[in-house]
Design a protein around this ligand. Structure first.
Ligand SMILES: [Zn+2]
Length: 494
């Protein structure tokens, strides 16, 4: 019997599986009554020790914990995540859960804790990160590192990405501890350093230097996607099963150094500009990968004709150049159907009158799942068509994705049926990337699933201004996450 699970589900449209579950619970209750009567309760010790959880209190504690960690500025670089890791560790220690702060380099702390389960299945990891991207306080309505609470929201850089998720993960662990009813499997909590710059001093470091932390975990629940609220109010559980991968490169153009007053026909700078202009005009080919096709097909049912039929068969619909232009006008949609190439960092001469011997540009390229970086770089070389420009790889790892029909995805479907009125669960590909790949490469099925219900205006605050999360989402997030964890298959069903 799972006491302390979500209240109020009676008003929702319950599916047949849940009706069945209820029958099982009723039978369990009956059996227990009988055991109490016959003095045999000892066999059900665990269930008898289970306590009712106070979700409202858990939510308020989550908001308080989050406000505390938002006050710790962990802008990366330099990161300095150790203070935030220590703050989380203190909360766990106070609950009697052992926590370890692991330092990959001075000040770069990651939090690790493990709540033992009954050993019936391989562990599940709750993953988040402690570092944040910079915030320009001038454009915020509240200071970004003050943990401000206003109008039912907690504001701050990291509220959604990713300290809010870390706070919910941690409180879900505490909720399970308080319930007195362990999971069937170990629950591992990781809140790592350095995600925003690639995770080499965080998740990447842990997987390499502390493999005991990951162990033989079966699943990892990470940031990446969430429960999306459509303008109509309907909810769609977007479950990140794959991500585009980065192929970050640096173009370096060479030329003779000299004085700006007597320029040669071609310099390092003009050569670089010519290359960038070719890249700017180049359109990468359209390719609709299976999860992207499935994602838009699932969304089609919420749209009117003729858009609905086009989304239902996106691969063929995009053959129409007019529809393609319309579809690709949305940057997120465009990013889901092709590799993208974005020039970002530019370097040339530090002085107006000096022609540098070298000029460089960083390209933030993102590849669709299944693309091979080496082939992509060959294409890039062809587009540039200038052998004197060198291409250095700054960051690249192979694309990988997770099973869209695993025990974890079934548990999320169960949660959606029970707590979100049967909202559809659709597999998605995330245009950005997270630390999930480190775990996928380690054999852990990793998913982007954040238990927050977010409308577009809230989604936009990630890496933007006035980043915030509602206390309602923190409260509901803990409950939804605990429901998912409780619904994971027990025993060795994998
Ligand atoms: Zn993040």
């Amino acid at each position: 019997m799972r006491r302390g699970s979500a209240p109020g589900t009676g008003s929702l449209d319950l599916g047949p599986s849940l009706t069945h579950l209820r029958a099982v619970r009723r039978a369990t209750r009956e059996a227990r009554r009988l055991l109490v009567a016959t003095g045999m309760l000892g066999c059900f010790a665990t269930a008898a020790n289970a306590v009712e959880l106070d979700w409202r209190k858990l939510g308020d504690e989550t908001a308080e914990l989050l406000a505390n960690v938002l006050r710790i500025d962990t802008t990366n670089p330099p990161g300095g995540e150790i203070a935030a890791a220590n703050a989380l560790a203190r909360k766990l220690t106070a609950e009697g859960i052992a926590a370890e702060v692991i330092e990959s380099a001075p000040g770069r702390g990651s939090l690790y804790a493990r709540l033992p389960g009954r050993g019936g299945a391989r562990p599940v990891i709750l993953l988040s990160h402690l570092d944040v991207v910079p915030a320009d306080a001038r454009s915020w309505r509240v200071p970004p590192f003050a943990g401000a609470r206003e109008g039912g929201f907690v504001y701050g850089r990291g509220a959604l990405d990713c300290k809010g998720i870390g706070a919910v993960d941690l409180m879900a662990m505490i909720a399970i501890k308080r319930s007195g009813e362990p999971l069937d499997r170990d629950l591992i909590l990781l809140a790592t350093a350095d995600e925003e710059t690639g995770g080499k001093a965080g998740a990447g470091w842990l997987v390499q230097h502390r493999p005991d932390v990951v162990g033989n975990a079966e699943y990892c629940i990470n940031e990446g996607d969430h429960i999306h609220q459509l303008p109509s109010g309907r909810k769609v559980v977007q479950l990140g099963i794959g991500e585009k991968t980065p192929c970050w490169v640096k173009l370096v153009a060479h030329g003779e150094a000299g004085h700006g007053s007597t320029p040669p026909a071609m310099t390092a700078v003009t050569r670089l500009v010519r290359a960038l202009n070719k890249i700017r005009r180049y359109r990468t080919p359209v390719r609709v990968v299976r999860p992207v096709e499935a994602y838009f097909a699932a969304l089609a049912r919420f749209e009117k004709e003729p858009l609905a039929s086009r989304l239902a068969h996106l691969g063929t619909a995009l053959d129409d150049p007019i529809f393609l232009a319309e579809f690709a006008r949305n940057p997120r949609q465009n990013a889901l159907i092709r590799n993208t190439i974005t020039p970002t960092v530019l370097e040339g001469s530090p002085k107006t009158n000096v022609i540098p011997a070298e000029a460089s540009a960083h390209l933030d390229c993102r590849l669709l799942p299944g693309e091979k970086p080496a082939e992509f770089l060959d294409q890039l070389r062809d587009v540039i068509g200038d052998d004197s420009i060198s291409i250095e790889t700054l960051l690249s790892f192979p694309a990988s994705s997770s099973d869209p029909d695993s025990g974890l995805t079934a548990a999320i479907r169960h949660m959606a049926g029970r707590e979100l009125g049967g909202a559809p669960v659709v597999p998605s590909v995330t245009p950005g990337f997270t630390d999930s790949h480190y775990f996928r490469e380690h054999g852990v099925e990793s998913y982007g699933f954040v238990p927050f219900i977010l409308a577009e205006d809230e989604e936009k605050t990630v890496h933007g201004t006035n980043e915030r999360v509602s206390v309602e989402n923190l409260r509901g997030g803990v409950r939804r996450l605990v429901t998912v964890l409780r619904a994971l298959p027990s025993g060795h069903q994998q």
